[in-house]
Design a protein around this ligand. Structure first.
Ligand SMILES: Nc1ncnc2c1ncn2[C@@H]1O[C@H](COP(=O)(O)OP(=O)(O)O)[C@@H](O)[C@H]1O
Ligand SMILES: [Mg+2]
Length: 250
């Protein structure tokens, strides 16, 4: 059974960074095969993982919509979408990546989204770990990917406003009726002065924190991948303190 970890949080809190750090740790520990899903249209998970992505699920669906004649004769539209989704999975170092691209514009895409969810369910079965990097509104998660996750990690910065927003995201996940086994709070760019009470008020199970790390900043400035981070990096040590809670399944 694949183990699904979904990341959520306001823009800029560090979802993509945390997603790639988790991927790097799972890879380092050789815990199994990993599929990363970039479900944030403004995201850069590919860059963080050092994988060049040329097509996304969004562009594939747009293309099929604009040129239905391109569906090979003898192939159903459903089968063609499944095939194209598989083709859009890019192989990287220890991790494969699927980019969801832009969500659909106005109009009813219910049929396509249902087909897509079916294709995603099949794809996910091939991997031990699925890491989904979401946008704040959880749009893709609700419509196009799986609606279930073993762990939802809401990433927040170490501010009162940030934590309030984390609590709202938890509520949003509930409203959208996601089948989430555990919801966690992760405080990124941690500040020890942050009151524990504020963390408690979010109602989320506190997973742990990550410090501000200048090496992460440097990677980002140079456009390098998380795999370029030294194994002895401080931030990886911080992750080890709570990582076990995620990959030791119970
Ligand atoms: N712990 C950290 N230490 C240093 N820089 C960080 C840290 N977490 C995130 N960043 C930087 O902050 C910026 C935003 O992070 P990102 O992961 O892209 O956020 P999000 O995906 O939530 O929008 C990036 O440039 C990233 O490199
Ligand atoms: Mg991001």
């Amino acid at each position: 059974m694949s183990y699904i970890i979904a990341l959520a949080g306001k823009g800029g809190t560090g979802k993509t960074t945390v997603a790639s750090l988790i991927i790097r740790s799972i890879w380092e520990k050789k815990l199994g095969s990993i599929l990363a899903i970039d479900a944030d249209p403004n995201s850069n998970l590919g860059e963080a993982l050092g994988i060049e992505v040329r097509q996304s699920v969004g562009t594939i669906l747009d293309e099929i919509g604009a040129h239905p004649d391109k569906i090979p004769s003898g192939m159903t539209k459903d089968r063609f979408i499944q095939f194209k989704v598989q083709e859009a999975v890019y192989e990287g170092r220890g991790v494969d990546l699927l980019n969801m691209g832009k969500p659909e514009g106005p109009g009813c895409y219910c049929y396509v989204n249902n087909v897509l969810r079916g294709a995603m369910t099949e794809l996910i079965k091939n991997y031990d770990f699925i890491i989904i990097d979401n946008e704040a509104g959880l749009e893709h998660l609700s419509r196009r990917t799986t609606r279930a996750a073993d762990a939802l990690i809401v990433v927040s910065d170490a501010t009162s406003v940030g934590l309030k927003s984390a609590a709202r995201i938890k509520e949003l996940a509930k409203e959208l009726k996601f089948d989430v086994k555990r919801s966690y709070l992760l405080v990124n760019r941690y500040n020890p002065k942050l009151e524990k009470e504020k963390i408690k008020e979010t109602g989320l199970d506190y997973l742990g924190n990550l410090p501000f790390d200048t090496e992460i900043e440097t990677l980002s400035l140079k456009g390098k991948s998380i795999f370029d981070l030294k194994p002895e990096a401080q931030i990886l040590k911080a992750l080890k303190l709570w990582g076990e809670k995620l990959w030791i399944r119970s």
